[in-house]
Design a protein around this ligand. Structure first.
Ligand code: R5P
Length: 317
């Protein structure tokens, strides 16, 4: 499709969560970022105004629901509503990081399932489709009653490890839930696979675990979906060192970095901490080699394919 046609047919908007990524996506697609006012009324309520005609357009709204999660979520919902009422032909919520995902089941009595609640809110606001990246649990896709395409950051992370040209590799899953991802890395990088039997002590603390698999004297790559309070990743690093890892690379898709994260990550004895830019970093941990990898191109390509009704799964073949 000639660029002019794409420019005419799609509109990309963003809230305040990650305007830089929205600009990168627009640059990749060679379309201008949609003009919108995303501000606040004096009482703090969210004020939205779409500043251009979007009648009949294929609209994409890029907004990770990262901290402050309630503000960013509400902005997303209000922008969707504004676009719906402005007669957009179709609205796709592009959510590189889907917050509230960790409450995805009733693990004890009298608690909500917020991952489902937020899915309902997004659909009710008027989204027709959703693009998400590395959901905390893949079954969250089923919480949406509208089509959702699940994107992955692993090609970006994998390429990065590949470019480091290391051998004697073991991919260490920090908990059994990430085994599938770690196994994919191990296969593609010709490495060994290991796992930690992680046990949580609370919302931000993790007990010291055991390693199942061979990591002694090896270069260990620990890959997780997110670093939130950094309890999991730091405990995994200390466990790996205790079990004889020679050097450690840590990686994740979503750098949520909240609570005690900075205190824990500062000076963590790893060769590198690589994170994706699904969430912008307002602050960086110190005394650690932090590398930020961009997923903007993956998001842009997924937007292009969504508009043209081309396969998205082929992106990850
Ligand atoms: C757990 O299932 C996830 O994959 C992450 O390991 C976890 O959510 C990270 O949280 P935190 O950094 O607070 O330990």
């Amino acid at each position: 499709m000639p660029d002019g046609k794409l420019r005419n047919e799609i509109r990309i908007f963003c809230g305040n969560a990650h305007p830089k990524q929205a600009e990168q996506v627009c640059a990749y697609l060679d379309v201008p970022l949609g003009a919108a006012e995303v501000g606040r009324f004096p009482d703090g309520e969210i004020k939205i105004r779409i500043l251009e005609d979007i009648r009949g357009r294929d609209v994409f709204i890029l907004q990770p629901t990262s901290p402050p999660v309630n503000d960013h979520l509400m902005e997303l919902l209000a922008i969707i509503d504004a676009c719906k009422r402005a007669s957009a032909q179709r609205i796709t919520a592009v959510i590189p990081y889907y917050g509230y995902a960790r409450q995805d089941r009733k693990h004890e009595g009298r608690v909500p399932i917020t991952a489902k609640l937020v899915a309902n809110l997004i659909a009710t606001a008027g989204a027709d489709r959703v693009l998400c990246m590395d959901l905390h649990a893949t079954q969250i896709q089923g919480f949406f009653d509208i089509p959702l395409d699940h994107l992955y950051a692993w090609p970006v992370l994998l390429q990065h490890v590949h470019d480091m040209k290391m051998d004697n590799l073991t991919i260490l899953s920090p908990d059994p839930g990430r085994m599938k991802l770690a196994n994919r890395f191990a296969q593609k990088l010709n490495g060994e696979l290991a796992v930690i039997d992680k046990r949580r002590k609370g919302d931000s603390d993790v007990e010291k675990g055991h390693v199942v698999g061979d990591i002694k004297g090896r270069t260990v790559v620990i890959v997780d979906d997110m670093i939130s309070t950094a309890g999991s990743i730091t405990q995994a690093v200390h466990t790996a060192l205790e079990f004889g890892a020679r050097e450690i690379i840590t990686m994740c898709t979503h750098p949520v970095f909240c609570g005690r994260a900075f205190e824990r990550l500062n000076g963590l004895p790893v060769k590198e901490l690589a994170v994706c830019d699904t969430i912008p970093l307002k602050k960086r941990p110190e005394n650690i080699n932090l590398v930020v990898l961009s997923v903007s191109e993956v998001l842009a390509e997924a937007i292009r394919r969504t508009h043209l009704n081309e396969s998205i799964s082929k992106l990850f073949d």
